[in-house]
Design a protein around this ligand. Structure first.
Ligand code: ADP
Ligand code: MG
Length: 507
């Protein structure tokens, strides 16, 4: 090849290379633009969904006030016996809350889940208080939860009898006296006296047909007799009423108890004159404990989102327990899952495919939600680990983790604020929501709270407390105290057995 030809070829090659480079650069820029466009589009969609969620789940203070007012009117309807009232306002026949003067040995039995507990306390009166307390926990074999009434109660009575046999010298039952028991039975009951009530229906996995409509205390008493155990049931209560009694024993200013656990409920001390005359009940002490069953509260003021509606529709009890479904531990994680699923579907939050695990109802439990929400590490390590374990997405960006944490925040905050609105409603019903008109000092008012959600989900409980302060205003809030009544319901039932003792009149 001649020199000129070689130069010419080189020029052509160089030109071709130059063109190719330019083309490649242009293609890369276009690809980049596409990728950036897609990312921007995804970001826009994510932001739009989050904005919708924030709006649908928002609970401005004015709305909370409206919800409290609706709660108060449903409480009044329930007390009047209106069958359409959203709150059942069940009369508990507990008109004698423990005072602190109780003395003697008392037993309690707590049935309401997969475990039941037996407990005994030696009460030493005003000065010595709870001298000794012992308990035992027994799990119920699953086949007994769906068998016959006799089998279940025989099993319970046998465990109780075994527990009684372990009484030692430190425990005293006065000569000639029968042992007495408070029975915490956390299922729907039609109470007929302090120590009797018929079972309306089973919940929480129990299904024993021949017990429905029966008097639960007489079922237990017959079983104790069959076991040769001489013991009298002097109080039949649910966990909320038990917590109220335990709370009152510890602090005389307790006026209400709230359970925030798997479910939610509230009980409070009502003035006797609020109990309608037709009930024929004239409470001895001028007060009566009311079991509100507030979980069933419903109002068009409640911020019910598309996520709540779909969860309710697919639940075992559609249309029921609407307030509970927005607040309690059984549901909060599930609401978060539904929102994340929407973000996955509509905004490809976890990439182009929706993680199959995220489609599974109730995979995200409230304790996991709480763990993610409390993650304060700079890279949200716990959120990343939970998303990997639960949703099955191994590598999540910091942005995805922040979004997840933010969703937890929105859902927990709504639940806590709605619960605070309910407590504010009870305080309104009691006239403890404002300073006394006559200029006298605001009485100290204590709310006992119990349940795993309140106890362990700190961001939930602190939001509940600050919202209550906000609703009450600083002046009133300074007289209102919220107190964890840790596991007060077990000892509460024993205390109620004492304050409703068959020997109480004699002492
Ligand atoms: P129950 O209400 O069944 O009688 P608990 O009062 O112990 O029992 O409450 C248990 C519920 O509390 C759980 O179902 C769960 O929803 C909630 N919970 C427990 N631990 C936590 C936690 N660490 N964070 C948030 N919620 C929790
Ligand atoms: Mg409980």
């Amino acid at each position: 090849m001649g020199k000129a030809a070689a130069v010419g070829t080189a020029v052509v090659v160089a030109a071709a290379v130059g063109v190719a480079v330019v083309l490649a650069r242009q293609r890369r820029r276009r690809e980049l633009e596409l990728v950036e466009g897609a990312a921007a589009e995804r970001k826009r969609k994510v932001a739009a969904v989050i904005e919708d969620v924030e709006h649908a789940l928002s609970t401005p203070t004015a709305l909370l006030r409206g919800i409290s007012d609706a709660m108060v009117s449903e409480m009044e309807r329930g007390l009047r016996g209106d069958i359409h009232a959203m709150l059942k306002m069940l009369i508990t026949y507990v008109d004698n809350l423990p005072t602190g003067n109780e003395e003697g040995l008392f037993y309690a039995l707590d049935l309401g889940g997969t475990n039941f507990r037996v407990l005994r306390v030696q009460l030493g009166g005003r000065e010595r208080r709870v001298v000794r307390q012992q308990y035992d926990e027994v799990s119920i074999p699953p086949h007994l939860m769906v068998g016959t009434s006799m089998e279940l109660f025989d099993f319970i009575a046998a465990a109780l009898s075994k527990f009684v046999d372990t009484e030692d010298n430190g425990l005293h039952l006065p000569e000639g006296r029968q042992r007495e028991l408070g029975f915490t039975f956390s299922f729907p009951v039609n109470q007929t006296s302090i120590s009797s009530g018929t079972l309306i229906k089973w919940t929480k996995g129990f299904s024993i047909n021949d017990a429905v409509g029966q008097d639960i205390v007489s079922e237990l008493s017959k079983a104790m007799e069959r076991q040769g155990l001489d013991m009298k049931v002097t109080a039949l209560v649910n966990d909320t009423v038990g917590t109220l009694a335990g709370g009152r024993y510890a602090d005389n200013d307790v006026v209400a108890a709230i359970i925030l656990g798997t479910g939610t409920n509230a009980a409070y001390v009502e003035h006797a004159n609020a109990i309608p005359k037709w009930t024929g009940l004239l409470p001895r002490s001028g007060n009566m404990v009311i079991n509100t069953e507030w979980g069933s509260f419903k109002s068009d003021k409640l911020p019910l989102s598309e996520y709540d509606k779909a969860m309710d529709f697919e639940s075992l009890n559609p249309g029921e327990q609407i307030y509970e479904k927005m607040i309690s531990g059984m549901y909060l994680g599930e609401i978060v899952r539904r929102i994340l699923l929407k973000l996955a579907h509509d905004a490809a939050l976890f990439g182009d495919v929706v993680p199959p695990k995220l489609e599974q109802p109730f995979v995200l439990r409230t304790p996991d939600m709480s763990a993610m929400h409390h993650d304060s590490s700079h890279d949200l390590k716990t959120v990343g680990a939970k998303l990997k374990d639960i949703v099955g997405v191994a590598d999540t960006s910091l942005e995805v983790r922040y979004i997840t944490s933010h969703i937890c925040d929105i859902v927990a905050e709504r639940g806590a604020r709605l619960a605070a609105a309910g407590i504010y409603g009870i305080l309104k019903k009691l006239g403890r929501d404002k300073l006394p008109g006559d200029g006298s000092k605001m009485p100290r008012t204590v709310i006992a709270l119990d349940g795993g959600l309140y106890e362990h989900y700190k961001k939930f409980s602190s939001c509940l407390e600050s919202t209550l302060t906000d609703l009450l205003g600083d002046a009133v809030a300074s007289s209102v105290v919220t107190k964890l009544a840790n596991d007060g319901s077990g000892i509460g039932a024993a205390l109620l057995a004492a304050s409703h003792s068959q020997y109480a009149e004699i002492d």
